[in-house]
Design a protein around this ligand. Structure first.
Ligand SMILES: [Zn+2]
Length: 165
């Protein structure tokens, strides 16, 4: 696999995972020449790169590590295990690969993360939503929070606003 950094074609596979019920294989690779790591996705024999289209229409390679990092930040000190974070990332990837092959909007990824994270932990959901949606005014955030509070334990309501970016 051609290295995206130095363009050499020698690498080793560091880690493999499948998603979309085994139809997609994600391989973490390390270039043997420059030692940098990159990720490829293979779908029934073919390999492809998925790009994320950001709000300003720029495109960057999809990176699972960024999804996981966002989840970890949202789940900081919450009762969500590392395995659960990986499972949420798997579900997000499944939802992406069911619909998109070459490009996916950052908005779709964000909404998918919120959907799957919300099913696991409400406080983490609010943290992620407040960062991701970058609420322009307090009213929007309060609306989102009250929506979630409706299905949250009373004790958790008290801790909702303790999170600082
Ligand atoms: Zn390289």
């Amino acid at each position: 696999m051609r290295c995206p950094f130095c363009k050499e074609d020698r690498d080793r596979v560091v880690d493999s995972r499948s998603s979309d019920a085994g139809r997609i294989i994600r391989r973490r690779r390390q270039c043997l020449i420059c030692k940098k790591r990159f990720t490829t996705y293979e779908k029934i024999g073919e390999s492809f790169k998925l790009y994320v289209v950001k709000k300003d229409n720029s495109r960057i390679p999809y990176d699972r590590d960024k999804v996981v990092a966002g989840l970890q930040k949202a789940c900081y000190k919450r009762p969500v295990s590392a395995a659960q974070v990986q499972q949420i990332a798997d579900k997000v990837e499944e939802s992406i690969f069911q619909k998109f092959d070459k490009e996916v909007s950052s908005a779709f990824i964000g909404e998918s993360v919120m959907k799957h994270l919300g099913a696991v932990d409400n406080v983490a959901y609010i943290r992620f939503a407040s960062v991701y949606r970058n609420f322009s005014d307090a009213g929007e955030l309060i609306e989102e929070v009250s929506h979630v509070i409706a299905k949250t334990e009373p004790l958790e309501q008290l801790t909702l606003f303790n999170y600082k970016k």
